[in-house]
Design a binder for this molecule. Structure first.
Ligand SMILES: [Zn+2]
Ligand SMILES: [Zn+2]
Length: 254
């Protein structure tokens, strides 16, 4: 109960801070956070660092790869891994800048910071996302116990921003987390698929048939979480499943 109350207090306090100090860049502290015209909490200089021009990426897992690598069977980071989604769209790799921005948004339970990152993802990768032809956006849900403690789900916030920019409906109730899982970062990379096994259920399976679904999370490392969600959707008859995340984390930096 104590953690629930402190979680609620922290998120409320964070919302108040977000409201009274929205014009200062959340990363460098400069007083020109709206300079990009995108209405985010980051200044133009930090935005450029958070949204690097895409280099060569694996079409399957979105990891940055060399210009001559072939990715028909996946890249060195995902080859041989059973991924049930077709592709991943990300803002960038989990480098110093995206890592700092994501961790500061998560640790401060800041909806404004997380929304800003979601907005950057949606706006800077709009063409790539539009080309997927998706018609339903679904964030990775939390287990009800986790929701009770935190009242903060980064995936929901990011999904709502993508939905707003793409004008595609966001369905936050379609996927349900039915089993508490250990946090992926506390599980070895090889056990992460097993940790997510049967963790999700679909509320209205009949609405999934023929849908082109975008699964949204904050980061993607092994792909186990998004892959398990995609497996459920495909089993319910979804036509395609893609994933969108703020940052692509490579296994060795997980
Ligand atoms: Zn800045
Ligand atoms: Zn790959």
């Amino acid at each position: 109960m104590q953690s629930r109350v402190s979680g609620l207090l922290t998120s409320t306090l964070s919302a108040v801070v977000d409201l009274i100090a929205p014009l200062q860049c959340s990363l460098c502290g400069s007083a020109e956070a709206t300079a990009t015209g995108f209405q985010t909490c980051y200044c133009a200089e930090c935005t450029a660092k958070l949204c690097p021009t895409p280099q060569f990426r694996c079409q399957r897992c979105s990891a940055e790869i060399g210009p001559w690598s072939t990715t028909t069977e996946g890249c060195i980071h995902c080859r041989g891994r059973k991924l049930r989604f077709e592709s991943v769209v990300c803002l960038g790799m989990y480098d110093e800048w995206l890592r700092n921005a994501l961790l500061s948004a998560k640790w401060s339970y800041s909806a404004v910071r997380m929304r800003s990152l979601g907005r950057l993802l949606a706006l800077h990768r709009r063409q790539q996302l539009s080309e997927l032809g998706i018609n339903r956006i679904v964030p990775i849900p939390q287990h009800w116990r986790q929701r009770l403690i935190r009242h903060f789900n980064p995936a929901w916030i990011i999904a709502e921003e993508i939905a707003r920019v793409l004008h595609v409906p966001c369905d936050i109730h379609l996927l349900r987390k039915v089993r508490g899982t250990r946090p992926q970062k506390r599980v070895s990379v090889t056990q992460r698929f097993e940790n997510q096994n049967s963790a999700f259920a679909i509320r209205d399976a009949h609405v999934v048939a023929g849908e082109r679904i975008l699964i949204v999370d904050d980061v993607l490392t092994t792909g186990a979480t998004c892959s398990e969600a995609a497996r459920m959707f495909r089993r319910a008859g979804a036509a395609t499943c893609h994933a969108a995340v703020i940052a692509r984390v490579l296994d060795h930096s997980a």
